[in-house]
Design a protein around this ligand. Sequence first.
Ligand code: 9MR
Length: 376
Amino acid sequence: MKLINQFLLITFSILILLVSCSAKKRTTLKEAFADKFLIGTAMNSKQINGLDSASIRVIKEQFSAIVPENVMKSEVIQPVEGEFDFSLADQFVKFGEKNNLFITGHTLIWHSQLPGWFCVDAKGNNVSPEILKQRMKTHIYALVGRYKGRVKGWDVVNEAIEDDGSWRKSKFYEILGEDYIRLAFQYAHEADPQAELYYNDYSMALPGKRDAVVKMVNKLQQQGVKIDGIGMQGHMTMDFPSVEEFEKSIIAFSNTGVKVMITEMDISVLPKPGKNVGADVSLNFKYDKELNPYAGSLPDSVATALQNRYADFFRLFLKYKDKISRVTVWGVNDAQSWRNNWPVRGRTDYPLLFDRNNNPKPIVEIIIKEAEEAKK
Ligand code: 9MR
């Protein structure tokens, strides 16, 4: 009798435990979007080297894809010609594999965070087209080749087009003309024929940029270049871009036949100094208290407006889930976002899905619901 009682007690306790565990377990972002698109985040160095355990937990729980915020950029990988540093990049890729995450590499050819030596000779003069081609090839082969079959997609060229649709007059453009783009894709494809290759840019909802990107992608395709996706970075403010213009770009990009992805999403609630939009990293305005109105906390009205804006965009992404392969936010929590320092240093912004304590904001629950309700 005693034995039966004990048995019943144990069974009952296990049942209670199971019920309470299942009641507590909330659906995560990656579960909700599993049959829609990948949901990713950028990882910074402290996450990659394991120092920031709180936000690492969020990454493992919530996201299905990762991209390195900085550690695969050329100034980190090859600070001096021929001297490569893959230490953090190796850790990043290992983390992705261990946690079964889709790994994107960022970025192969970009005018910014480019080491000083890359496009010039010892005297500081532009190198010849032949030398620059060789340097691009060496860099791309080394980086893409090292992670062949492990990094599944690469941002091959970043930000080659200005907001008005003209070519950005970077050193690459100055020396090689627009052909540097074709060459970058060609070298990346040679280094890992299976990897997906993307063009990635900001302010992609602007009509001038939209048209120029479509034209460029069409031309690359005519030239037989393998290009698999267009990344719309998605650095937004409360009034730019409009959902309508963003939608036009999703459609236009998808009509070229490649995948569309939102690659660096964040929404700033702070006032804009000047008329700038997008993410031109060279912009820098002087700090002024008036430009930092929410240093203590975010008023409820602004938090609600931000939440609505995030919800509007996620509704749009879900509408085009057949064309969109990934939505990545540019960082885990608000404290870590680059937006606290751009285009004015030292502000307090609230652009991401998790707050400064790594707690999900109410928007997380809302977009999970939207995803669950969206037709499969
Ligand atoms: O978030 C990145 C920040 O930590 C760096 O200081 C900055 C330097 O250029 O680059 C940021 O990431 C950029 C990304 O690589 C490309 N698109 C724009 C992003 C925001 O500037």
